[in-house]
Design a protein around this ligand. Sequence first.
Ligand SMILES: C[S@@+](CC[C@H](N)C(=O)[O-])C[C@H]1O[C@@H](n2cnc3c(N)ncnc32)[C@H](O)[C@@H]1O
Ligand SMILES: [Zn+2]
Length: 404
Amino acid sequence: MADIDIEKEFPSEVIREGKVKVLVPKLDAYGINPSDYAPSKAPVFYNPIMEFNRDLTVLAFQAYQRMVKREISICDPLTSQGIRGIRFAAEIEGVKKVLISDINERAYRLAKYNVQFNCVERLVSVQHKDANCVLSCNASPKKRFDIVDVDPFGTPAPYLGSAIRAIRNHGLLASTATDLAPLCGVHPKACIRKYGGKPLRVEYCHELAVRLLVGCTANLAAKHDIGIQVLFSHSSEHYIRVYAQLAYGAKKADESVKNLGFVLHCFNCLHRETTHQPFDNTRCNECGSRMDFSGPLWLGKIFDQEFIELMLKENKLVAFRNNARIARLLMTARDEAPAPITYYVLDKLSGKLGLPSPSIQAFTNLLRDRGFQAVQTHFNPRGIRTDASSIAIQKLLKEVGNSS
Ligand SMILES: C[S@@+](CC[C@H](N)C(=O)[O-])C[C@H]1O[C@@H](n2cnc3c(N)ncnc32)[C@H](O)[C@@H]1O
Ligand SMILES: [Zn+2]
C-alpha cells in the first residue's frame, strides 16, 4: 500500500526526470531557488540541478554494464527521495537489483512511495538505515554489489571505506563531493582531515579536488588489498564526481598506491611539477622561487578514453534534456585524457602580464603550431592542458599581445 500520508505531510509536487516521475518537496514553498540551493530548508533533500549528475550516472552505469556483460546490482545508500536508485532500475538495461536507503525517516518513506509510484518494487528495495550500516551489512562476498553510488551532503569520505568493502572485484564506486571549499583550499585543515591531502588555492583547484578524492579512495582501498582505476571523473557546478573501478589483490593495490604523489606549484611564475618522492624546500626550475605543494593526491589517470567512448555511445541512445551538454563534456574529457596533469587558465596568465586574453581556440591552435601538445579542459572553459612551460606560454601570450 502506498504511504499516502507522505503526500499530505509537506508541500510536494510530481516532477519528471529521465523515464521516471517522482514526488519531491515543492521547492517554491520553501523559498528555495535551485541556484542557491540550501538542502536543510526542505524536509527531504531534492536538487533539480543534479539531473545532469544523475543523467551522467545512468550513462556511466549502463556503459559499465555493457563492459562487464552481466546483470548488475547497485546500492544507493544516501538516496533521499529515491530518484537515483529508481532511475537505475527504470532506465539501465541489465540491472537485477537496486538497494536504496536513507537515514532520514521522511526521506525513507518518500523513497518507498516513489518506488511504488514507478512500479519498480520488483527491482528496488528500500531501507531506513545509516549508509555505513547498509554497506557493512552487504560486505560479505556473496552480498557485495557491482556498483555503489555515494551521493552525500558534502564529503563522501566517511562512507568510502564501507562502500569499498561492499563492492565486488572489478566493481564500480561512484562518489560525489560537494565540499569544494575544503577541496579547493579555502579550508585546508578540513581537506587534510577528510581526504588526507593538502589542497591548494590555485586556478586548477577543481582538478586537484578530483585528485585528492581519488587519492583518498586509493588509500582506503589499499588497506583492503584493493587497487583502483579511474574510468571517468568530472567537475560540474558545485561538485566533483569520480567513477573508480576496483581490482582485488595486493599487487593491484601496490600499483594503485604508486600513483600517489604531489603537485608542486610556483606562485611566482605559475610553473607546476609533479613528484612521487618526499621533498623539502623545492625551488622552481623556471624562476628559482620556493614552490608550494598539494597532496598526497592521485597523479594517475582521471579519465579513461574507452570508457568515455562507451558513455558517448549510450548518450546517443537516450533522450535526456541534457544530451547536448553531456556530449560536450564527454568529448572534452575524452580529448584531455592523455594530456599533462594540471591546466593553465589563460586569463590568469594574461592578467599577470597585463595583456588582453586571447581566444582559447586560437591560442590552443597556436601552441600546437609551435609544436606543443595542447587541448582544452572540461574543468575550465578558459583552461588549456599543455606540455609548454608557464614561461613558454607567457612568451607566446606577449607575442600575440604585441602583434594585435
Ligand atoms: C545529497 S542527498 C542525496 C541526494 C540523492 N542521491 C539525489 O540524487 O537526489 C544526501 C542524503 O543522505 C542522507 N543521509 C545523511 N547522512 C546519512 C547517513 N549517515 N546514512 C544514510 N543517509 C544519510 C540525507 O538524509 C539525504 O537525504
Ligand atoms: Zn617559478
